[in-house]
Design a protein around this ligand. Structure first.
Ligand code: NIG
Ligand code: FE
Length: 416
């Protein structure tokens, strides 16, 4: 009987190895800033899983085959987790971007049939193959920025075939699929209820077999709280976890609905006031902050510091999409979190690792550098791990290990 030899990877001579402390998720309050920190460190992985981390002086003698990665000049942090992206679309919105630069607002463009609906037209016209290529391309961008786990929403099809093809494309490219079946009311339907009649009877049964969660855009001009409740209750009954886009432009009852329905997260929160922040802090719903989308649209930032200080569990994500956040970089999100949201580097790290993994129901497997966790690691080419946030827009990611394999490196620009 021959047994395949274990595949082992040793990352050695790291300047620092830094991970959110403990095993709990989600982290909140002072625990959000609690990191374990080793200097002159190693990490040993076997069959895609971390088996030990420690100081180089304590590295045990290793027999047999071990692939070695030289960590000199690098700091290791957990592979980043992007818990909110819209990576499956065709076309772009560069024309709209230019119009906004000249003064048009996102909501005006949306009301005029542009915005999300212009991407819906382009996405409906694409083949499943093209949709898969779009997710592949965007997932490759994310990987180079240090993202080893990404969530990907549908929501640019809004018809049966394109929504299901979008979910399949996200899953095929290794993403965690979320059915954003209630992103906008497509023009062939006379109002939100007529569209939801269709989506819940014709699309949900199959979407629930592919997606892990459902999401809704609860906002003036999209779906109101009554529509959102109807959609989310239907999705919950079909076994999906719940997410909401809420309080992006206006407070429209999304926070209380998210809490009542036990949603995994409410995302955006730029318009959330003091009462909403307090309610969220008392709940188990994670507040997902998307500072790139506020910057991209020239909108106010969410009151992140107040949320964290009130005790809310928060995550950080890119919101990568063609309209409101054409940016795949979680390091840039961390920079904005520190400079615009007054979140510390340690809090930002937990927010886009452990807490984001919790939103995706994976906090037992990803988001920490500890024995038993997936060997997903970002090697920052920097003398201090806080360069993750410090180097604004910098090319700070030197290499990315995913599942124990070198998936991307600055020197060997190949993906495995
Ligand atoms: O999270 N706000 C709704 N959905 C996306 C934007 C989608 C788009 O503009 O294409 C968001 O910002
Ligand atoms: Fe979004």
């Amino acid at each position: 009987v021959s047994v395949a030899p274990a595949s082992r990877l040793l990352i050695r001579d790291l300047e620092q190895l830094v991970t959110p402390a403990g095993r709990d998720a989600p982290l909140r309050g002072s625990a959000l800033a609690d990191v374990d920190w080793l200097d002159d460190a190693y990490m040993l992985c076997e069959d895609g899983v971390i088996v030990s981390v420690g100081r180089m002086g304590d590295l045990p003698a290793l027999d047999g085959d071990v692939v070695e990665l030289d960590g000199r000049g690098h700091c290791a942090i957990p592979g980043l987790v992007d818990c909110h992206t819209h990576p499956c679309f065709a076309g772009d919105r560069v024309e709209e971007f230019s119009l906004r630069a000249a003064g048009a607002s996102y909501e005006e463009l949306h009301a005029a049939g542009g915005g999300i609906l212009s991407t819906v037209r382009a996405t409906r016209a694409a083949s499943e193959d093209e949709l898969e290529r779009s997710v592949r391309r965007h997932a490759a961008w994310m990987l180079r920025a240090g993202t080893t786990t990404f969530e990907g929403k549908s929501g640019y099809g809004l018809d049966r075939d394109t929504e299901l093809a979008s979910l399949r494309a996200v899953a095929a490219m290794g993403g965690v699929p979320t059915w954003l079946g209630a992103h906008a009311v497509p023009p062939e339907f006379d109002g939100a209820d007529a569209y939801l009649d269709f989506a819940l009877t014709e699309v949900l049964p199959d979407a629930a077999g592919i997606a892990e969660a459902a999401d809704v855009f609860l906002e003036r001009g999209a779906f109101d709280a009554t529509h959102a409740r109807r959609y989310l209750e239907g999705c919950r009954d079909a076994g999906l976890s719940l997410r909401l886009h809420g309080d992006q432009f206006s407070e429209s009852g999304a926070v209380s609905l998210a809490i009542e329905l036990g949603a995994r997260s409410i995302d955006h929160l730029e318009a959330t006031g003091t009462d909403g922040a307090r309610a969220l802090a008392r709940s188990d719903v994670v507040g997902v902050l998307l500072p790139v989308s506020a910057v991209f649209l020239g909108r106010p930032m969410p009151a992140a510091r107040a949320l964290v200080d009130a005790g809310a569990a928060v995550a950080l994500a890119t919101d990568f999409n063609p309209g409101s956040a054409f940016c795949e970089s979680l390091p840039l999100v961390c920079s904005l979190a520190c400079s615009q949201l007054r979140i510390s580097p340690a809090e930002a790290l937990a927010a886009c690792t452990v807490n984001a993994a919790h939103v995706l129901g994976r906090a037992d497997r990803v988001g920490r550098l500890a024995p038993g966790f997936a060997a997903d690691v970002v090697l920052l080419e920097a003398p201090d791990w806080r360069y993750l946030a410090y180097h604004l827009g910098g090319d700070v990611v030197g290499a990315v290990v995913r599942g124990g394999d070198l998936a991307w490196s600055r020197n060997r620009r190949t993906a495995s």
